[in-house]
Design a protein around this ligand. Structure first.
Ligand SMILES: Cc1cc2nc3c(=O)[nH]c(=O)nc-3n(C[C@H](O)[C@H](O)[C@H](O)COP(=O)(O)OP(=O)(O)OC[C@H]3O[C@@H](n4cnc5c(N)ncnc54)[C@H](O)[C@@H]3O)c2cc1C
Length: 436
């Protein structure tokens, strides 16, 4: 099966859009020829990056490279093609007693995309980025040669590709280590915080937890600035599970997914609807400190329960603004960012705060640095560039940076941190925008 079409392509934020030739094949020779014959090529996975990272006039898509190569059910070593989705891996590995070592907030990304963005999860402070668990991958380079890359073999290309945003070549397969679990459930706690001081204290107290994340109501001001809920979790052991889950601890019941069937009209999402949503979300939890057991889907992938949720932002789309600022000045920086957002009235449904641990210095192209990271969604409108400019200035002042996989309009000085990725073949709308 092959397809080579000129069509409109866009990523999860639905902005920007480009007319591109996208090649989706299931034989290596097509990719090799495409890379030989074209320039300004960018690899693409499942388009779950929000902005312009996997867009170019020529796109080489790994989505049909979706076969498993090997899975060792004793050791948890997984080898698969680059277009296999994390959701496909979970279908196979959870029942065998293994889980992804690192997972982002959606399971609908490819293994190629996980390596190229070097994705992080709620456990960065404990387990690092996805790359920490990758043993090797095979990549078609700018000369269309298939190269095995690992810490020992072609290690320069290995490290440049990790977090390299597809600019070093096309990953065709990878081998990585899964982690052992006893159940498909998470021992979960959710704690309400009245303000920024309290949430930062909760993060500090929760450093020994493997998974931590906080949802923030970013429209609160004054003494309630930073009102939030911290969620923390551990993979549950069988002996601590409630009786109802004990019988089949690794199997989850199939759940129905909701679908957003059409683009919402522009007026639906405004600061009032965000305020109402935030009020309901914060008050849905009646107690200050909730403890329960929830399945891994509910804990890691709450947004995946609603297919096409990106349509709620309307046809013009939205951006996700994610930055990190160093730990020492994290609280002041966050305060300034949240005040700026609350004053702008541009509320974000999704405002997620996480703690990053120390990064692996070898993975020099990875986004994380030790500190706090906040991710926010903003609808595209006339006022947005001005807000982004103001937020960029704060991030710059606190010596932070922006996550390239989400970016489409931030200041280039906050995103030009990639090294050893220049070549004549591979480039994206994003890389060209940043290097202008
Ligand atoms: C709801 C949601 C939640 C998210 N949560 C998180 C999170 O918690 N943590 C996090 O780190 N990220 C998060 N992300 C971002 C997402 O994990 C990354 O953007 C990921 O890279 C997307 O993978 P993809 O397969 O969709 O690739 P794409 O979006 O198509 O591409 C992403 C990048 O990878 C490159 N790429 C893709 N495939 C290949 C390949 N085969 N070879 C070489 N390069 C390739 C592309 O060129 C591009 O630069 C989230 C995204 C969404 C939509």
């Amino acid at each position: 099966m092959s397809s080579k079409l000129k069509q409109e392509v866009t990523n999860w934020g639905l902005y920007p859009k480009i007319n591109a030739t996208e090649v989706k094949e299931d034989g290596l020779k097509y990719y090799k020829n495409f890379i030989k014959e074209n320039e300004e090529i960018i690899p693409r996975g499942n388009g779950r990056c929000y902005g312009d990272a996997s867009l170019s006039e020529n796109i080489v898509s790994c989505i049909r490279l979706n076969k498993f190569i090997d899975f060792d059910r004793e050791t948890g070593l997984m080898e698969c093609e680059a277009g296999v989705l994390l959701s496909d891996i979970l279908e196979v590995c959870v029942e065998a007693g293994f889980f992804l070592p690192v997972t982002p907030g959606t399971k609908y990304i490819t293994v190629g995309g996980a390596i190229a963005s070097d994705v992080h999860g709620k456990n960065h402070h404990v387990d690092g980025c996805f790359s920490e668990h990758v043993l090797h991958f095979d990549l078609l380079n700018e000369k269309s040669e298939l190269i095995r890359c690992s810490r020992e073999e072609n290690s320069e290309l290995f490290w440049a590709t990790i977090g390299g945003m597809g600019l070093t070549g096309f990953i065709v397969s990878a081998c990585f280590q899964l982690k052992k679990i006893e159940s498909a459930y998470i021992r979960h706690e959710a704690i309400k915080a009245e303000n920024l001081d309290e949430i930062f204290k909760l993060f500090d107290e929760s450093e020994s937890w493997t998974y931590t994340v906080a949802w923030i109501d970013c429209l609160q001001k004054g003494k309630n600035l930073g009102r939030s809920i911290l969620m923390r979790g551990e993979h549950a052991r069988v002996n601590e599970l409630p009786v109802k889950y004990k019988q089949n601890p690794l199997k989850l019941k199939e759940k129905k997914k909701l679908t957003i069937p059409f683009f919402f009209p522009n007026f639906v999402l405004n600061s009032l609807t965000v305020k109402i949503f935030n009020f309901l979300f914060y008050n849905k939890q009646r107690v200050k400190h909730l403890k329960n057991f929830i399945d891994y889907d509910t804990f890691y992938y709450p947004l995946d329960a609603m297919l096409h949720w990106n349509r709620i932002y309307g046809k013009k789309g939205f951006i996700q603004y994610q930055f990190v600022i160093p730990k020492e000045t994290g609280k002041e920086g966050m305060q300034e960012v949240l005040e700026t957002i609350a004053n702008s009235g541009e509320g974000s449904f999704l405002a997620v705060l996480k703690l990053f641990g120390k990064n692996n210095p070898e993975a020099y192209n990875s986004f994380p640095m030790e500190g706090y990271t906040l991710a926010l969604d903003f609808k595209i409108n006339k006022k947005l560039p001005d807000l982004v400019k103001k937020l960029d200035e704060i991030v710059e002042k606190y010596q932070g940076r922006i996550y390239r996989t989400k970016d489409s309009m931030s200041k280039p000085s906050l995103t030009n941190y990639l090294k050893n990725v220049e070549n004549e073949k591979f480039s994206s709308l994003q890389s060209r925008r940043i290097s202008k």
